[in-house]
Design a protein around this ligand. Structure first.
Ligand code: AMP
Length: 404
């Protein structure tokens, strides 16, 4: 069985083709700058030894339909020997950012599902319209394949009301669905499952804190395998300090900016989403650059990292409290997987909570799952590479098998 996973943005399509019988990636790539004169198409054919052959092509891709057809053309290219015909693709798994409180799990797409995703456009105005374009284009390019939606929000639907409801007039929740939803659910769910496998214990008996630190960052508190809280909110702006997003701040700050600086809601939205976080404090959102600057004595980079790690540590403490018992902490994504300095800063001084890490293990680079807690630590700490595309493919497979 072959499954194509696609993640559609407003001007991009990321794809990964999986052979589900062999559980391996056959090809992957991106079509970027769709609609511009010089669109960039990158394609990797994965070789049997795990290495890859890469092709890049700069040529106008006028819209997403043309982009997806471009992907199909290279997948069925005789020289590439990836697939012979597009009908070999049984299903397309779509990453959909916002499923509101309608979707608690992965769903086979039909007209009703599409209109429900449309209903959540006001809550994810940048993402859901692009995801809908991806679905509609895939339906026309692969008329015989099943289309499946995997929601970033679904894993967090077990969060209880006391944790998801904001203390603002209740009608806003009833009429406008204003509440915490949480994102990165596919990643949190994937690494939680990997942690259970690594520890050799059922996920339903484990309490975990999963820490996804990428350009966007979030944490989840997982009790007996179910998410009970997460740091992002109605949108991905809440919670941790991120690459360019502020994370939590006093809700009055935007009023101050309007009243005293004359900024419009649009200006403030852009500032908090694109010009804040690490970038807002020290001028760059690339963690490699921030660390380099700090090492060179840059004071702004140092304070940016202080704020960044302090916020994570504070959430570890609060999730420790609400979980009422913690078995394991998991670090994942670009920063969580690759930056020992950040992990150390977040974990230091937590011995009294039973969280002891091994500084040497933490520093050892390496791919794959790596345990960084000391032998006598009550709470295990593990670094697990996330793989959202694989999780989307596995979820898609499960749905099509269950649909008969
Ligand atoms: P992601 O969104 O998961 O792709 O993560 C992006 C973030 O991870 C950026 O801030 C990168 O600078 C950071 N990152 C990725 N790889 C490394 C690395 N090897 N060392 C330091 N930072 C990294």
């Amino acid at each position: 069985m072959k499954i194509l996973v696609i993640n559609t943005g407003s001007s991009s399509i990321k794809y990964e083709l999986f052979d589900m019988d062999m559980l391996k990636v056959l090809a992957a790539g991106t079509a970027e700058k769709i609609g511009e004169e010089s669109s960039v198409f990158t394609h990797k054919r994965i070789l049997p030894n795990g290495e890859y052959e890469k092709k890049t092509d700069i040529k106008r891709i006028s819209d997403h339909h043309v982009g997806l057809n471009r992907i199909v053309k290279i997948l069925i290219d005789k020289d590439q020997k990836i697939i012979k015909d597009k009908n070999e693709i049984t299903a397309v798994g779509h990453r959909v950012v916002h499923g509101g409180d309608t979707f608690h799990s992965t769903t086979l797409i039909n007209a009703k599902v599409i209109s429900a995703i449309e209903q959540y456009v006001p809550l994810a105005p940048l993402h859901n319209p692009a995801n809908l374009t991806g679905i509609k284009v895939a339906q026309s390019v692969f008329p015989d394949a099943l289309q499946v939606a995997v929601f970033d929000t679904a894993f967090h639907q077990t969060i209880p009301m006391k944790a998801f409801l904001y203390a603002i007039p209740y009608e806003l929740y009833e009429k406008h669905r204003i509440r915490k939803y949480g994102f990165h659910g596919t990643s949190h769910a994937y690494v939680a499952e990997c942690a259970a496998t690594y520890l050799g214990r059922p996920l339903t008996e484990l309490n975990l804190i999963t820490i996804h630190l990428g350009n966007g960052s979030s944490m989840a508190a997982i009790k007996n395998g179910k998410c009970i809280d997460t740091t992002m909110g109605m949108t991905p702006l809440a919670g941790l300090v991120m690459g360019t997003r502020s994370g939590d701040l006093d809700p009055s700050v935007p009023f101050f900016l309007t009243d005293n600086m004359g900024l419009s809601p649009k200006d403030i939205n852009r500032m908090l989403n694109q010009e804040s976080g690490l970038k807002g404090i020290c001028g760059t959102n690339d963690m490699r650059e921030v660390i380099k600057k700090m090492s060179a004595g840059d004071k702004r980079a140092k304070i940016a990292l202080d704020i960044y790690t302090y916020r994570i540590k504070k959430f570890i403490g609060s999730y420790f409290a609400v979980l009422e018992g913690l078995d394991c902490i998991v670090f994942t994504a670009g920063i969580g997987e690759n930056v020992p300095y950040i992990r150390e800063r977040c974990l230091k001084g937590l011995n009294r909570l039973g969280i002891k890490f091994d500084s040497e293990q933490n520093k050892k680079a390496g791919n794959g799952i790596k345990e960084i807690s000391s032998r006598d630590s009550k709470v295990k700490t593990i670094v697990i590479p996330t793989n959202e595309e694989l999780k989307i493919a596995l979820e898609t497979k499960k749905v099509i098998e269950n649909s008969g």
